[in-house]
Ligand binder design. Structure first.
Ligand code: PEP
Ligand code: MN
Length: 365
């Protein structure tokens, strides 16, 4: 998939790595003004100002967002910073109010992306409206749901789309509030060419201390921007107090990040070309070897058929897995990679041999 407008083409003056900052929640007009003034004083003006107006909370009773009043305070942001604003919408009523108050960019939250009914309701409410929409990954690491939400929006004519990577709920991994699972945003980029993915380290890490490291990793992987929750007085924020940073801290974090480019707009250097050619050649050799290996597997398959042996044999599998993993680790390949590679090769081998059996001795009907 491809064909949608990039953030630089949204008409909002966004370029380079997009930086989105602002509080988790809009709380009071004074709070919005203080955040804006601190951003201005620090000369730390983001590309987009974020503020949650409706807050999806896991359990009732905590602050669930200020509602429509907060949208009126976005004029304060425009007055002081003159930058576009973005907020989360979770249903058609939110969309209607956000449009009424001229919110520039909408985002769909993780708890909404999981629900195709809710995403469709939002998409239907946006039919015929020209507004950029960012879609956070669903709570669970399901690429299809993430893609599906983006597709539902594209289908109603929204062509200014971006994704936000905010991590995945995993109650076993205490290092993160939401586990990053970096392969997911990369996978989204593989599946949808040109889809920009903005990293949200605040909701991944869940505390201030880890924001720099996660942001740098996102940039290293080639993600396209950062959404960082920013508050003038984080400790007293009405939601997500532990993870919000002051504009001064945000400035410091951004100054420490080594922002890298994909280099795709320039012609690759001679050195990079040489290295890539060497890799192309090695891949050819790998493919030749795999072809040879599978032809051997087919011969073993024929032997198993003639001798009425089963395709899967656990002792052999155990030996293959353990011996190759050990050798791979000695060659500085990770154990996880070796296991995944061997599962993949073995699965294909088993399937080929079982197909041989089926075709040689079709079930009589
Ligand atoms: C938020 O951005 O404040 C928020 C609620 O995020 P998420 O949907 O990622 O939990
Ligand atoms: Mn938040």
């Amino acid at each position: 998939m491809e064909n949608h407008l990039q953030t630089k083409d949204w008409g909002l003056g966004l370029k380079g790595h997009v930086i989105i900052a602002g509080p988790c929640s809009a709380e009071t007009p004074e709070q919005i003004e203080r955040v804006c003034l601190d951003m201005k004083n620090e000369n730390m003006i983001p590309n987009l100002f974020r503020a949650g107006i409706w807050k999806p909370r896991t359990r009732p009773g905590s602050f669930e967002g200020i509602g429509e009043d907060g949208l009126k305070w976005m004029e304060i942001v425009r007055h002081h910073l003159n930058i576009p604003i973005t907020t989360e919408v979770g249903n058609a009523a939110h969309v209607e109010l956000a449009l009424k108050h001229n919110v520039d960019v909408l985002w769909i939250g993780a708890r909404t992306t999981v629900n195709p009914f809710a995403v469709q309701e939002i998409a239907d409410a946006l039919k015929g409206v020209d507004i950029p929409v960012m879609v956070k990954n669903p709570m669970n690491p399901d690429l299809q749901l993430w893609l599906g939400a983006l597709e539902r929006l594209q289908t109603v004519g929204i062509n200014k789309l971006a994704a936000i990577h905010r991590g995945f709920s995993d109650s076993y991994d205490k290092r993160f509030r939401n586990k990053p699972n970096w392969s997911m945003p990369i996978h989204l980029k593989r599946e949808w060419k040109g889809m920009e993915v903005i990293n949200d380290p605040s909701h991944i890490v869940g505390n201030r201390a880890g924001i720099l490291e996660t942001s740098q990793r996102a940039i290293n992987f080639g993600l396209d921007g950062l959404m960082i929750e920013t508050h003038h007085d984080p400790d007293n924020a009405w939601s997500d107090a532990k993870q919000q940073v002051t504009p001064a801290t945000l400035k410091q974090i951004l100054s420490q990040i080594d922002f890298k480019s994909t280099g795709e707009s320039e012609n690759p250097s001679e050195r990079l070309n040489d290295l890539r050619q060497a890799v192309d050649h090695l891949d050819d050799q790998l493919l030749d070897l795999l072809q040879e290996r599978f032809s051997m597997i087919d011969q073993i398959g024929a032997y198993k058929r003639e001798n009425h042996l089963t395709v899967f044999q656990s002792d052999r599998w155990k030996y293959v897995m353990e011996s190759r993993t050990q050798k791979g680790v000695q060659k500085n390949l990770s154990e996880k990679f070796m296991k995944e590679l061997l599962y993949c090769i073995h699965e294909e081998s088993v399937k080929r041999q079982e197909k041989q059996l089926r075709e040689a001795d079709p079930v009589k009907r």
